[in-house]
Design a protein around this ligand. Structure first.
Ligand code: NI
Length: 153
């Protein structure tokens, strides 16, 4: 693979060429179209970033995350348990958003940062509480070279 600096742009974009099997490229182009990418380059950039984010998550680097919970607020002590767990979390809870969905059900989105393993443990703990009906953890970061620089992690 060879690469050269692009002289037409003032940014740090580097132009590079890759070789792909014809059938693989055909399949990739189909996905590029289906997902609405403007170019193969944009789709490849996203794939590379996703790879680095996954790699950082797997190696317990700094992440930001959201935990989405649906729970029954009539469940005895649940609201207190959820609050206590957030205070005990090893990383940092940045914000929570609460929506009263109906008479019984609440939707809560917790936004946090910390080490990926701590974030997982925290989410698993919340999801295990009686009265929490469903929930999902989404881990991400900026896919920068130094994810540990996420402030405060
Ligand atoms: Ni509520």
């Amino acid at each position: 693979m060879s690469s050269s600096s692009s002289s037409s742009s003032s940014s740090s974009l580097i132009r590079t060429g890759i070789s792909l099997d014809r059938e693989l490229l055909k399949r990739f182009d189909k996905v590029v179209r289906q997902k609405g990418y403007g170019s193969r380059s944009e789709a490849i950039r996203d794939l590379v970033r996703d790879h680095f984010v996954e790699d950082d998550i797997a190696s317990n680097k700094a992440v930001v995350a959201t935990i989405t919970l649906i729970y029954d607020h009539h469940q005895h002590n649940l609201a207190e348990q959820l609050i206590q767990a957030q205070h005990d979390y090893k990383g940092q809870v940045l914000a929570t958003t609460h929506v009263h969905l109906d008479h019984h059900n609440c939707l809560e989105v917790i936004i946090l940062k910390g080490r990926s393993a701590d974030a997982r443990k925290f989410a698993d703990n919340l999801l295990s509480f009686k009265g929490v009906k469903h929930g999902k953890l989404v881990l991400t970061n900026t896919s920068d070279i130094h994810p540990d620089d996420i402030s405060g992690v």
